[in-house]
Design a protein around this ligand. Structure first.
Ligand SMILES: Nc1ncnc2c1ncn2[C@@H]1O[C@H](COP(=O)(O)OP(=O)(O)OP(=O)(O)O)[C@@H](O)[C@H]1O
Length: 547
């Protein structure tokens, strides 16, 4: 039973929904929607603390509206003038939804299947208890020191509480094995939040093997982890942050599958597709894995003759799309054991590649990594003998709902099978409605931030099981850094403030006005080109020499 000093309200009766109740609270206890409250019930002769979430708040008694009519006079002054006592005038009626009591055997919430009786006193749920029971940490009591647990990521704290009052630590294993989605409109804190999780995963207590597919070059500051004491282990551990740019990213041509090649060729006719497929299969059946476009063309000419017009047309397309593209190479292949390693975060900086090439490099790399994980689990020799977690910025680019990406097939496979083979996915996107619904619905943990677009809100509602109405209702009103964490990593969704990064944020919006003014001042200080030339400083006088 709550001590009287803790009581913040009293149950009035059942609400509209089967798990809802209504309670009344005076105004001086400002209880926000989303707040976690608690009351005691007896379950099988044991007293249990049941948790509930406040979902709605309405004023049932306040000062008469006539007191508010003159914007020039404060309502309190009107009340005082008329002799109306205005202390405790306001009374609120709040609705709360029962979450349940923490069942230490099941390590999650159990529904008591009974609403609190009218008159039951309610109190604010204590911080240490919430820290233990809100995330899916598998604790055997409802109060443990979560900072002592290994394998957890401190992502932030409950938004409704004071800064760092109720810290939320999510279990890394959970979101790594059943996949993660970070969804928010642009500028709301997706890459910031992803970086916070990367920082947590690279700490000495986890030493993750991470791969970040970075189409915009937003993760360039993660290497600050390398000299930072927060990431140093007592045994000398330091995280490794490795950047790969396209010069180091080569795709061996024989790694491409026929579907990948079709995706890069310009509209091949049916006849061309049939000829290319046959020759490609024949090349794939050869023992050598180091063949190039010339070898492929020879093979097509061998099968269909040198004068075949479709082979001629294919030759032109293959040379243009594959042979003259530095990404593809007959022999070189990115070594997988360089790309992934425990305690290493590799960032594939793909910002200088076009979208198709980004998709292709991703397809081939992810497919190779998946094969190696399969080999490892099946006891065969492998280049990747440990679980891996891959984060995809612009996830809709690699797993688009439109189906138009060679990477979609392997992304779907990993979303559905990766868990068994130690291959976790993290999809980051500002357009949830543009992500393949199969892939999105397989992301067991979701971090949803500000989203105003109704289609995107709908996509979240449809694919995110844990995202109830009261959760999605919050999305448009969030500000950068605020998020709803839901799904496998949580026992119930929670609205949080994401903590600040230890490393600098590499994707700060540019201060456009400052840049204009600086550039303008700079122009004013520098002599113009023609003035410099007049003083003999320029490369050219603007007058052509006739010598
Ligand atoms: N948890 C946080 N704490 C403090 N500031 C934050 C936090 N999250 C985001 N911000 C601020 O919001 C800005 C935008 O965040 P971020 O770059 O992660 O957005 P984004 O959703 O990835 O945007 P885009 O889609 O354009 O890449 C950051 O530059 C940072 O200043």
């Amino acid at each position: 039973m709550a001590a009287r000093s803790d009581v913040i309200g009293t149950v009035a009766g059942p609400g509209d929904g089967p798990n809802e109740f209504v309670f009344v609270a005076p105004a001086d206890r400002t209880i926000k929607t989303g707040e976690f409250i608690t009351y005691s019930v007896s379950v099988e002769d044991e007293t249990r603390s049941v948790f509930a979430r406040v979902t709605n708040r309405e004023l049932i008694r306040g000062l008469p509206e006539g007191f508010l009519a003159d914007p020039g006079v404060a309502p309190d002054t009107v009340a005082a003038t008329l002799g109306v006592p205005n202390d405790d005038t306001e009374l609120y009626r709040l609705t709360a939804t029962v979450i349940g009591y923490y069942d230490a055997n099941m390590t999650t919430f159990a529904n008591p299947r009974q609403l609190p009786d009218p008159g039951t006193p309610l109190s604010i749920a204590p911080d240490p208890q919430l820290e233990t029971v809100l995330p899916n940490l598998g604790c055997e009591t409802d109060r443990v020191d979560v900072t002592e647990l290994g394998g957890v990521a401190h992502i932030g704290w409950l938004l409704n509480r004071a800064e760092e009052a109720t810290n939320i630590h999510v279990p890394i294993e959970e979101f790594v094995s059943t996949h993660l989605a970070i969804l928010a409109e642009t500028g709301s804190g997706k890459s910031y939040t992803a970086s916070v999780l990367i920082e947590e995963m690279m700490r000495p207590s986890s030493r993750a093997s991470l791969l970040v597919f970075d189409p915009h070059g937003e993760y360039g500051t993660l290497d600050e982890m390398q000299g930072h004491e927060a990431f140093e282990g007592e045994d000398g551990y330091r995280p490794d942050v490795v950047y790969y740019n396209p010069d180091r990213l080569h795709v061996r041509i024989s790694e491409l599958e026929i579907g990948d090649v079709m995706a890069i060729l310009d509209n091949p006719s049916n006849r061309m597709q049939e000829r290319l497929s046959t020759a490609w299969r024949s090349m794939q059946n050869q023992e050598s894995r180091t063949w190039g476009v010339d070898d492929l063309i020879h093979e097509m000419e061998r099968i269909y003759g040198e004068d075949d017009s479709s082979v001629g047309a294919l030759e032109w397309r293959l040379r243009r799309s594959i042979q003259r593209n530095d990404l593809f190479h007959p022999e070189e292949n990115v070594p997988l054991d360089d790309i992934v390693d425990p305690g290493q975060c590799t960032v594939l900086q793909m910002d200088t590649l076009d979208k198709r090439d980004q998709q292709l490099i991703t397809t081939v790399l992810v497919r190779r990594l998946y094969r190696e994980r399969l080999d490892d689990v099946r006891g065969r020799d492998t280049e990747v003998d440990h679980p891996i977690f891959a984060l995809f910025e612009e996830g809709h680019r690699f797993a688009p709902a439109s189906g138009d990406a060679p990477s979609l097939g392997i992304m779907r496979t990993i979303a559905s099978e990766g868990r068994k083979f130690g291959f976790g996915l993290g999809i980051i996107s500002q357009r949830p409605s543009k992500i393949d619904p199969d892939v999105l619905s397989q992301c067991g943990t979701q971090i949803s931030m500000k989203i105003r677009n109704p289609n995107d809100q709908d996509a979240i509602k449809k694919s995110v099981e844990a995202a109830g109405e009261d959760v999605t209702r919050e999305l448009p009103g969030l500000t950068p850094g605020q998020a709803i964490v839901s799904g496998d990593a949580m026992n119930t969704p929670a609205l949080i403030q994401v903590r600040r990064r230890r490393t600098e944020h590499g994707a700060e919006s540019r201060a456009v006005i400052d840049e204009w003014r600086d550039a303008y001042d700079q122009r004013q200080r520098e002599p113009s080109r023609s003035e410099a030339a007049d003083f003999g400083e320029g490369d050219s006088t603007g007058v052509q020499s006739l010598d």
